[in-house]
Design a protein around this ligand. Sequence first.
Ligand code: PLI
Length: 457
Amino acid sequence: MKYVPEPFKIKTVEPIRMTTKEYRQKAIKEAGFNTFLLRSEDVFIDLLTDSGTSAMSDAQWAALQMGDEAYAGSRNFYDLEDTIRDVYGYKYFVPTHQGRAAEHIMSKLLIKPGDFVPGNMYFTTTRLHQEMAGGKFVDVITDEAHDPDNPHPFKGNVDLNKMQKLVDEVGADKIPYISYETCVNMAGGQPISIGNLRELRKFCDKYDIPIMLDNTRTVENAYFIQKREKGYAGKSIKEIVREICSYTDGCTCSAKKDGLVNIGGFLAMNDEEFFINAKAQVVIYEGLHTYGGMTGRDMAALAQGIRESVANDDYIRYRVEQTNYLGEVLTDAGIPHVTPHGGHAIFLDAKKFLPHIDQEQFPAQALASAIYVETGVRAMERGNVSAGRNQETGQNFKPKLELVRLTIPRRVYTQSHLDYAAEGIINLYKNKNEIKGLKFVFEPKVLRFFQARFEPA
Ligand code: PLI
């Protein structure tokens, strides 16, 4: 089947507005050629991110009405606690307003200045919090992940030789934990395999290094395991999610993705002392430990969203196969993009799309702007701008992957929206030589991609 039908029907609609090309040319100029700075009203189809952009179900909207807004001991906290224990299996958790707040608290508690934090590719906010705590991020993802065309089915895997090299060089006592992400975002939404995680667990047990999961897209990862990994075709998504978490010591989670809510996150763990320390931090930065950064109703909608994400396997099959559909349409038209297709997005390969633009002139940023002007579709740069500068040398990181992410919000768009976006990108590819590179006119010091402004180079 080319397109898996939506396992839901539409009850509420939100109008979107098509604009003219001239209008969009003006809008992107005013936004400093940064799609983050566009007004959403000026966007026809918003593929900026899958974060906090999900459509909630009727049961989640109903759950909002059941919010217990007590300052302390809200019943929604206990419901969320039961749900996290049931679905992910961790003993303890603290709620946070979103994923980066959990990263902040974990980095502060576990990293000492001079430590090294290995991870299967960096994520922007994760690496920043590691650096702010005095740590240095070390990329230990498999080499295949840096090659947009490598067909490896689990490009998110950790390379254990790279882990061994790091342990030999700096010593295990300088490694507070490994940060292990499911469906690695910056690699193109590429999954990890259970086989890799089991091997990593053995390795980490030998050196007493905890594994902290970035649990943001574990449900999507479980679908790839069910589809591709030997021995998992007969297991449910819920069983696979639970098994992934069972090899880890805790997690940070942006609940705005798999969790099907518009805000929320958490830090979870099995170690009681870590939990006590996390509660002490959450009251400083977020709120009391039984609501963290969330209202009672937010916690109610999240508990329901987590349950829905694993309630049956139909939802996640539709979700990941919808993304795959967009990728297949682009493949048929010869548009260069990362393969195999990831779970939450299709990532265009801007180096191949725009070979005439040097990486120092930000081809992915230029391509995201051009896509907006051509189609009204908003995408996101995931390349040299997102990677930032090396703090020691001041040079741009110039990552191997120079990508534009077409991110699919959950349960929001239909097949015809994706067909429209693909058709516009295919048209743009025919005139790609007219697209010009960009230069900074404003460069923020941290997480520069959010607020940077550019002009044509
Ligand atoms: O946006 P937050 O603070 O809820 O979560 C940060 C975060 C952590 N890990 C991973 C893998 C993410 O993808 C992530 C946020 N991602 C965003 C905002 C995105 O657009 O992909």
